[in-house]
Design a protein around this ligand. Sequence first.
Ligand SMILES: NC(=O)c1ccc[n+]([C@@H]2O[C@H](COP(=O)([O-])OP(=O)(O)OC[C@H]3O[C@@H](n4cnc5c(N)ncnc54)[C@H](OP(=O)(O)O)[C@@H]3O)[C@@H](O)[C@H]2O)c1
Length: 96
Amino acid sequence: MVVVAAAGGTGTVGRNIAEALIAQANHEVIIQSRTANPLKAKEIGVRAIGTDYKEVSATRKILEDNNVHTVISALIRMPGTAGPFGTESHPSRRRL
Ligand SMILES: NC(=O)c1ccc[n+]([C@@H]2O[C@H](COP(=O)([O-])OP(=O)(O)OC[C@H]3O[C@@H](n4cnc5c(N)ncnc54)[C@H](OP(=O)(O)O)[C@@H]3O)[C@@H](O)[C@H]2O)c1
């Protein structure tokens, strides 16, 4: 059974994705959150792993340590706050 991580799995979209995967019972599902959130994790029924997405090496290690095969990102960036890449306007996200 491969491990699938839902980044932003505490949110509306991420939680739906995590729950759909759990219902399929074909994958081991974990959620990634900026803060390990035991209550949410218990509610959803999976492990929640605290992840600081700005720390690339640490994030990679978390994925490796948990044997994650696939990450599904359902992160959001709120206006006026830094996004998951730590910048207000990441170059890859600029619209032409
Ligand atoms: N909701 C919809 O109907 C809908 C429809 C179409 C597309 N979308 C897109 O789907 C994505 C998720 O939407 P959503 O409604 O599920 O959002 P949401 O409920 O706000 O959840 C997104 C998750 O992202 C994490 N997050 C928030 N701010 C962050 C930041 N600055 N850096 C890193 N992580 C952050 C939070 O998790 P933690 O606090 O646990 O880290 C949060 O639970 C967005 O890109 C949105 O545009 C949503």
